[in-house]
Design a protein around this ligand. Structure first.
Ligand SMILES: [Zn+2]
Length: 846
C-alpha cells in the first residue's frame, strides 16, 4: 500500500513522468507547468494566479486551445474556460457550438447528423477550494492536451471539444493554497496533527461569502455560479465532471452513487451511462494501481450540486472524490498519502473521462437529443399546462424568481391579463407565466413541485427546494390552455425601480414595508440622517395620489422633524427611490381616512442598527456567511464580524444589535457570557439562530425549552448492525419545508401580507412556546410539512412548535430563531423576519 501511495522518502516533488501516460511524445514547444509556475506539479499547492498564468501561456502556445474569461469572482479573480479541440475544429468552433446546442432543441434536433458531431466534455475542478488536487491536476490536463502527439490524441481532439474549467472556486482555492504552502516544511512533516493539515476558520472550502458553491448551481445566487451557468447553457456539454476530495483515510470515489438515492426526475438511462463511463475510470485507475469505490456514500439527488445539475439538462454529471492529503504528505490508515498521488488520480480520471467521451460519442449525443424529445412527451402528460406566479406588493421577490428561471434558460412570459385561478388572483404587470411545454420543463417541475415521497430516507443534502415556497410567492398551476395568458416573452429579468408618488411634501412621506428591499431603503435614509418612525398599527392615509391603505410596519418620514429643509429631504428621497425598488408616498395631512393619524403615539422611532456578529472558531462559517451576504450584498448594511474569542476585548457599547449565528460557542468563556448578558440588559437586541438558540437557553439567557422524543423505548427489539448508520441517519432532518403561521401585527412580522410563510428546517431542534402567546410570533402549523422528507418520530415534535421565541433580559431582548431564515441566500421568503429583528427588535414590548 505504502508504495502505491507515493515514494518512500518524505519528498513530494515529482516530475511530469510520474503523472503522464507512457509511450506518448510531447511537443517541446509547449511550456511545461514548471516553466511557468516555477515548481513541479504537486511540489507546492498552485495558487490561482499561477494557475491562470499557466493556462494563458499554454493557450498562447497551442492552436488546439481557445481561452475565454467567463467572469470575475467577488475578489476579482478571473474564471477561465478553455475550449480545447483539434486545430481544424478550432477554425469552426462557433459553428460546432451552435450545432451542438441544437441537440437540446427538440424542434430542430431531428435534422442533425450526429455522426459528424464531436462530444462536448466540461471538466471542472475544486469547487471546494480546499479540495485542491483537482485544480492542480488541471495543469497536467492542459499540458497533456496541448503537448501530447500521436494518433490517439489527434483522434480524441477531432471527436471531442473539451471545456476545461481549472478552478470552480478561485477565491477558496487561493485561501487554501496560501494555508497549505505557508506551513510546508523543507523536511516534510506527515503528522496529521500539524497545523498544515488543520486549517483555521473558515477554511478554503467556501467562496468569499463563505457559501458552498456546490449547492448553488440551482439557486445561482453567486457570481461564480452565474458566470458558469451562462457558459454551461451556451455549450450544453454531454458530460460535466466535478472533481472533489473526501476524508484522508478513504480511497477514490466516482459515480454512479447509491442507486436508490438518484433523483426520480433523472432518467434511468442517465445512471446507466454514468455506469458505462465508470468502466473507463475503473480501467484507468486499475492501470496505476489505485483503489476506488462506487455506488456508496454519495447520492445524485439535489440539483444544486455540480454532479447532479447536468442530469436535469440532458447531460451527465460525474462526481469524483479523492482522499485528501490536505497539505503535502499525510499519514493515513492507508499509509503515507502524498499530494502528487492525489493529483495523479484526478488527472488519470480526466484521461478516462475523455476516453469515455470519445468512445461513447454517438451514444452520448443521441442520449442528449432523446432526453429533450422525452422531456416534451413528459411535459405533455403533466397535469399543469403552466404555472403563474407573482406578488403585486413585492415586485422584488417576483423579479428574483424570474431572474433565477432565466439563468436556467426557462421561457418566462408576462401575464397579459388579470387572472383569478386556484383561489388566487394575479394582476397583469405583476405576474408571470411559465408554460410547462418547453425543453426546460424538468427544472420548472423541480422548482414548483412539492415532493413528499421518496425511495430512500437518507440524503446527502436537502430533501426539498421548492423555489416558489422559498420565495413566499403566490403561485398556482394553470390546467387548461395557457396560450391565452401569454404576454411578451422575457429576455431579461424586470428591473424594479421605486418612485416618489405625489411629488414634494412639506408634511410627511410614507413607505410600505412590503418590498423585499425596504430594509435597504431604510438604512440608506438613516445613513443620510433622515429620522424615521414605524407604524405599529394600520391605517388608511390621504396621500397626494389619493387614499391608500398602509399596513403594520409602514415607515413615516415627518418633514418638520428633520434637521434639514423640506427641499433637502425631498432631494434625498428622490435619489433614494432611483437606487431602490421601493415606492415613497407624499402626504400633506396628518388626518387619516381610517386607523391611526400620522402624529399617533403608535409610531415609534427606528434607530440605525449598529451590528456586530460573532464569527470565527465556534461558529458555523456558512451561517455567518449567509447573514454577512444578506446584510452586505442585499442591503448595503455593514456588519462587524468579531471572533468569539475576541469578544472580551471588544467595546460592545458601539453596537445595538449583536447576531449569534449557529455555532457551539464552547469558546465563549464565563466572563464573556456575563458581558454579553450585561449588554442585553442595557437595551441591546441579541439575535440567535439554530444551535446558538440552544447555547443561549442552556446558559441562562433565555427560558427556551426544547421538545424531545418521548416515544417509549422498545427494549425487545434487535436490529441488524450493518444498517446502524443508515437507521440513525434516517432520523435526521436534512432539510425540508414547513408551513408556519405568523402574527402580521408583530414587529418581527411587519411587511407580511399573508398569515403563513414557508420555513426551511434542517435541524432537529423543536422549541416550545416559552413566554406569553404574544412572544412567539412565528409558529409551525398543525400539519406543517409542505415539501421534503420528515422522519415519523419528528412529526409530533414539529407540530405547533415555535419558530421564534422572544425573551427579555433587563431592558433588552433575546430573539431565538430556531431555524435558518436566510438559507443559502435564496430563501427570500423568511429573510424579512430576520431583518425585522435587526431593525425593530428593540421596539418589542413584553
Ligand atoms: Zn467537495
Amino acid at each position: 500500500m505504502l508504495l502505491l501511495m507515493g515514494c518512500c522518502q518524505l519528498s513530494n516533488a515529482q516530475d511530469l513522468s510520474y503523472y503522464l501516460p507512457k509511450n506518448v511524445s510531447y511537443d517541446p514547444a509547449i511550456p511545461t507547468p514548471r516553466s511557468i509556475i516555477y515548481h513541479e506539479v504537486g511540489e507546492w499547492h498552485v495558487t490561482h494566479d499561477k494557475l491562470v498564468s499557466y493556462m494563458k501561456a499554454v493557450s498562447a502556445a497551442s492552436n488546439r486551445f481557445n481561452l475565454q474569461v467567463t467572469g470575475y469572482t467577488y475578489e476579482g479573480r478571473p474564471q477561465l474556460l478553455l475550449a480545447i479541440t483539434s486545430p481544424e475544429n478550432q477554425l469552426r468552433l462557433e459553428e460546432i457550438r451552435q450545432q451542438h446546442v441544437l441537440l437540446s432543441d427538440p424542434e430542430k434536433s431531428a435534422s442533425l447528423t450526429i455522426e459528424n458531431m464531436p462530444t462536448v466534455v466540461w471538466m471542472g475542478f475544486s469547487i471546494h477550494g480546499n479540495e485542491s488536487s483537482g485544480a492542480n491536476a488541471s495543469l497536467l490536463t492542459a499540458y497533456y492536451l496541448a503537448a501530447a502527439k500521436g494518433a490517439q490524441v489527434d483522434d480524441l481532439l477531432k471527436n471531442t471539444v473539451i471545456l476545461l474549467d481549472p478552478s470552480f472556486n478561485p477565491d477558496g482555492l487561493t485561501r487554501f493554497s496560501t494555508w497549505a504552502n505557508m506551513h510546508k516544511s523543507k523536511t516534510l512533516v506527515s503528522d496529521p496533527a500539524a497545523r498544515e493539515y488543520n486549517e483555521v476558520w473558515p477554511g478554503g472550502r467556501f467562496n468569499h461569502y463563505l457559501f458552498d458553491l456546490n449547492r448553488d448551481w440551482l439557486p445561482a445566487q453567486h457570481v461564480e455560479s452565474r458566470n458558469r451557468l451562462r457558459l454551461f447553457h451556451d455549450w450544453k456539454p454531454n458530460i460535466l465532471t466535478d472533481h472533489h476530495e473526501q476524508g484522508s483515510n478513504a480511497s477514490f470515489f466516482f459515480q454512479p452513487g447509491v442507486p436508490s438515492r438518484a433523483n426520480l426526475n433523472t432518467p434511468k438511462l442517465n445512471q446507466e451511462l454514468t455506469g458505462l463511463i465508470g468502466n473507463f475510470h475503473a480501467k484507468y485507475l486499475d492501470s496505476i494501481g489505485s483503489m476506488y469505490f462506487t455506488k456508496e456514500g454519495y447520492d445524485d439527488f439535489y440539483y444544486g450540486k455540480g454532479s447532479t445539475y447536468p442530469d436535469i439538462n440532458g447531460s451527465i454529471g460525474i462526481l469524483f472524490e479523492q482522499a485528501s492529503s490536505r497539505g503535502h504528505i499525510q499519514e493515513t490508515d492507508n499509509g503515507l498519502l502524498t499530494f502528487p498521488f492525489t493529483i495523479r488520480n484526478q488527472f488519470t480520471t480526466t484521461l478516462s473521462t475523455m476516453e469515455a467521451a470519445r468512445n461513447m460519442r454517438t451514444q452520448l449525443l443521441t442520449y442528449q437529443r432523446n432526453f429533450y424529445i422525452d422531456v416534451m412527451k413528459e411535459a405533455a402528460s403533466y397535469p399543469a399546462r403552466a404555472f403563474v406566479f407573482g406578488d403585486a406588493g413585492d415586485k422584488s421577490r417576483t423579479a428574483a424568481l424570474v431572474e433565477m428561471m432565466l439563468r436556467h434558460k426557462i421561457d418566462v412570459y408576462e401575464l397579459n391579463q388579470n387572472l383569478n385561478t386556484g383561489g388566487k388572483s394575479f394582476t397583469s404587470g405583476n405576474a408571470y407565466v411559465v408554460p410547462t411545454s418547453q425543453p426546460q420543463f424538468k427544472i420548472i417541475k423541480t422548482m414548483f413541485e412539492k415532493t413528499l415521497e421518496y425511495k430512500d430516507s437518507l440524503f446527502y443534502d436537502v430533501t426539498a427546494w421548492t423555489i416558489a415556497l422559498a420565495m413566499n410567492l403566490d403561485n398556482t398551476a394553470i390546467i387548461v390552455a395557457p396560450q391565452q395568458y401569454l404576454g411578451t416573452k422575457l429576455t431579461a429579468a424586470p428591473v424594479i425601480t421605486g418612485s416618489l408618488v405625489g411629488g414634494q411634501s412639506n408634511y410627511a412621506y410614507l413607505v410600505s414595508w412590503e418590498d423585499f428591499y425596504a430594509p435597504k431603503l431604510l438604512y440608506h435614509l438613516q445613513l443620510k440622517g433622515i429620522r424615521l418612525e414605524v407604524a405599529t398599527q394600520q391605517f388608511e392615509a390621504t396621500t397626494l395620489a389619493g387614499s391608500k391603505k398602509f399596513s403594520y410596519g409602514t415607515l413615516i418620514i415627518p418633514v418638520r422633524q428633520q434637521s434639514i429643509s423640506a427641499a433637502e429631504t425631498y432631494a434625498i428621497l428622490i435619489n433614494a427611490v432611483k437606487e431602490n425598488s421601493v415606492d415613497i408616498y407624499a402626504v400633506n395631512t396628518g388626518l387619516s381616512v381610517s386607523g391611526i393619524d400620522l402624529g399617533s403615539n403608535s409610531f415609534l422611532t427606528v434607530d440605525e442598527p449598529k451590528i456586530m456578529m460573532f464569527g470565527g472558531t465556534g461558529t458555523s462559517p456558512t451561517d455567518v456567511g449567509e447573514i454577512w451576504h444578506l446584510l452586505d450584498q442585499r442591503f448595503n448594511i455593514p456588519v462587524t464580524i468579531v471572533d468569539v474569542e475576541r469578544f472580551g476585548r471588544v467595546d460592545a457599547g458601539r453596537y445595538n444589535v449583536i447576531i449569534m449565528p449557529s455555532g457551539s460557542y464552547g469558546n465563549l468563556d464565563k466572563g464573556d457570557q456575563e458581558k454579553l448578558k450585561d449588554w442585553v440588559r442595557g437595551g441591546g437586541t441579541l439575535i440567535a439562530t439554530e444551535d446558538a438558540v440552544k447555547y443561549l437557553s442552556t446558559n441562562g439567557f433565555t427560558k427556551v425549552l426544547f421538545k424531545t422524543d418521548s416515544e417509549k423505548k422498545d427494549t425487545t427489539l434487535m436490529l441488524p448492525y450493518y444498517n446502524r448508520m443508515d437507521e440513525l441517519r434516517s432520523k435526521d432532518m436534512a432539510g425540508s419545508i414547513f408551513e408556519a403561521k405568523i402574527d402580521m401585527t408583530h414587529p418581527l412580522c411587519y411587511g407580511y401580507m399573508k398569515p403563513t410563510v414557508s420555513v426551511f428546517k434542517a435541524n432537529t431542534l423543536f422549541m416550545d412556546q416559552n413566554n406569553s402567546p404574544y412572544d412567539s410570533p412565528v409558529m409551525f402549523t398543525d400539519e406543517p410539512l409542505q415539501s421534503g422528507y420528515l422522519y415519523k418520530g419528528n412529526k409530533p415534535l414539529i407540530k405547533n412548535s415555535a419558530v421564534i421565541n422572544i425573551d427579555n433580559l433587563g431592558s433588552g431582548h433575546v430573539i431565538s430563531m430556531v431555524d435558518n431564515l436566510n438559507f443559502r441566500a435564496f430563501w427570500f421568503g423568511t429573510s424579512k423576519i430576520f431583518m425585522n429583528a435587526v431593525f425593530f427588535g428593540k421596539l418589542i414590548r413584553m
